[in-house]
Design a binder for this molecule. Structure first.
Ligand SMILES: [Zn+2]
Length: 131
């Protein structure tokens, strides 16, 4: 992260102020609040620390799974979601973005583990979908 000072400009009759701005070192996104920029850099998809071998692995597949949730009005309801599955290891994969946000799904039948940072069974190949 580095600070960028925006210069004064006069656009028609608008009042333009000078304010420090913080820029992500990985993707270039601008933030006015330093802590938000620090938080973003940790989870930025362009950050090399967030790269996973699963991103270009032929074993990674997009499948549909059923999530069961308790209904606050009583009972239980279910719905289908798209999740990533590693066909070599046989479990669902949690991408780093969902891991950081803490909104990964958990299933009763198959484990749902975070994507490993290193994988011995990685087989290069382009994914037909975007993670
Ligand atoms: Zn970024």
């Amino acid at each position: 992260m580095y600070a960028v000072i925006l210069t004064n400009q006069k656009i028609n009759s608008m009042k333009v102020i000078t304010k420090p701005t913080y820029k992500c070192e990985h993707c270039g996104k601008l933030y006015q609040i330093k802590n938000w920029c620090i938080k973003h850099e940790l989870t930025c998809s362009k950050n090399p620390a967030n790269f996973r071998p699963c991103f270009d692995c032929q074993h990674c597949e997009l499948v549909e799974a059923t999530v069961y949730q308790h209904d606050p009005m009583g009972g239980e309801f279910e719905y289908n979601v798209d999740v990533l599955k590693c066909n070599a290891k046989g479990f669902y994969l949690i991408p780093p973005k969902a891991e950081h946000k803490g909104n990964a799904f958990y299933f009763p039948d198959i484990e749902n583990n975070p994507m490993p940072k290193e994988c011995s069974q990685q087989k290069n190949g382009l994914l037909p979908f975007k993670i």
